[in-house]
Design a protein around this ligand. Structure first.
Ligand SMILES: [Zn+2]
Length: 377
């Protein structure tokens, strides 16, 4: 871990957790989990996303049942990666490892390697990725504290990655669609688990409206959809909703690239154990990050930012953008001719205007703009 700097504003600390590859990054991130650790861990493949993603809920449930943090460790499929070995055997000295996924995802060699190190193993695997998720839901020792099923597409990762901290913290099982539909087995699992609420992650192109009917037929009475116009907006909406629900807080955030899944996959349960969001970032600054995490409303409470991944994933210029935004009071809004700056682009006195510009609070003050009384009272 490299601590970059400490800004004067809110004493925010910034860390970069990255390694030469996805497994090195995983090793650094899992070391950052809130201590103490439990004596169990979860192992999933690092070459695909569904198993490790669905496992974040199971990890949170194990953590609630046993006390201590439970990491989701990723490994190469064919044999136990040296980094996974170091984390599980040398560092955490776990007694039991739950292998998530079939032998195509985690070979029997991986299982043998753990057993020969004296570690007890238990494999949770279904005939398909959605079925593995169902089995994880049924195997949870402590059920969802919000009685909620989380529904994500099992086909692509961008919308789903950011839900992991919420899933870990609330122990809400993640269910996967197969070919845009919930399988009969998944519907039966949701029904048998008595889940009455559902959060659908992503827009209707990711999880079609027909899934909502399937959920109602499975006993779900309250459905909300957490989504935005793109993967970055969706990620910010998930973070905001998780904070509004009181599950996570903007006392910190993990930031990982949204262009690939391994770094975010490793960071999900870690962020969940710290009860902070995982934000997906593009190569350059996005309005999703500026308007939410980096808003003037939120930056004052941020103690810690962790950049998950190296320069190619979260480029130095983007890290600098985040650091500057926080040290300059976060983003505020104004009009080309207005004399006031606003905490939120939703401010009633700003809404009448068609053009909304944003800049940091410090920049607004330097331009001679003063705080809107409606926003700051
Ligand atoms: Zn205002």
């Amino acid at each position: 871990m490299r601590v970059l700097s400490t800004s004067a504003f809110a004493s925010t600390t910034y860390s970069i957790m990255s390694g030469a590859n996805r497994y090195d990054t995983m090793a650094k991130l899992t070391a950052d989990m809130a201590s103490p650790y439990s004596d169990v861990a979860i192992l999933a493949t690092g070459t695909n996303f569904p198993d490790a993603l669905a496992a974040s809920s199971f990890a949170g449930s194990l953590a609630a049942s046993k006390g201590g943090s439970v990491p989701v460790v990723i490994t190469d499929s064919k044999s136990l990666s040296s980094q996974a070995r170091t984390v599980l055997i040398n560092r955490l000295k776990v007694k039991k490892v739950y292998l998530v996924g079939g032998t195509a995802a985690l070979s029997s060699t991986v299982e043998t390697q753990l057993k020969s190190a004296g570690i007890q193993t238990s494999r949770i695997a279904g005939s398909a990725r959605s079925q593995t998720a169902n089995m994880l839901a049924k195997a949870m020792p402590v059920q969802s504290n919000t009685n909620t099923a989380i529904i994500v597409t099992g086909t692509t990762y961008p919308d789903a990655l950011s839900i992991a901290p919420y899933a870990y913290a609330t122990r809400s099982p993640i269910f996967l669609t197969e070919r845009n539909t919930l399988t009969p087995e998944t519907q039966a699992t949701i029904k048998s688990q008595g889940l009455t609420n559902a959060i659908i992650v992503g827009g209707t192109s990711a999880v079609p409206a027909s899934v909502e009917s399937q959920l109602r037929n499975s006993g779900v009475t309250f459905i909300s959809r957490w989504w935005g116009q793109n993967r970055y907006q969706t990620s910010s909406v998930i973070a905001d909703n998780s904070v509004k629900a009181g599950v996570l807080s903007y006392s910190g955030s993990y930031i990982a690239t949204g262009r690939n899944f391994p770094d975010a996959l490793s960071a999900g349960a870690v962020a969940g154990s710290a009860r902070v969001p995982l934000l997906l970032a593009d190569n350059t600054a996005t309005s999703a990050l500026d308007d939410h995490l980096l808003s003037n409303t939120n930056v004052g409470s941020i103690d810690r930012i962790v950049f998950a991944g190296g320069d190619s994933a979260v480029p130095p210029a983007l890290r600098q953008h985040v650091t500057n935004a926080i040290s300059q009071g976060g983003f505020v809004y104004h009009t080309p001719t207005g004399q006031k700056y606003h905490k939120t682009s939703e401010c009633a006195s700003l809404k009448q205007s068609t053009t909304k510009l944003s800049c940091t609070q410090q920049q607004a003050q330097r331009q001679g703009l003063t705080a809107c009384k409606l926003c700051y009272h």
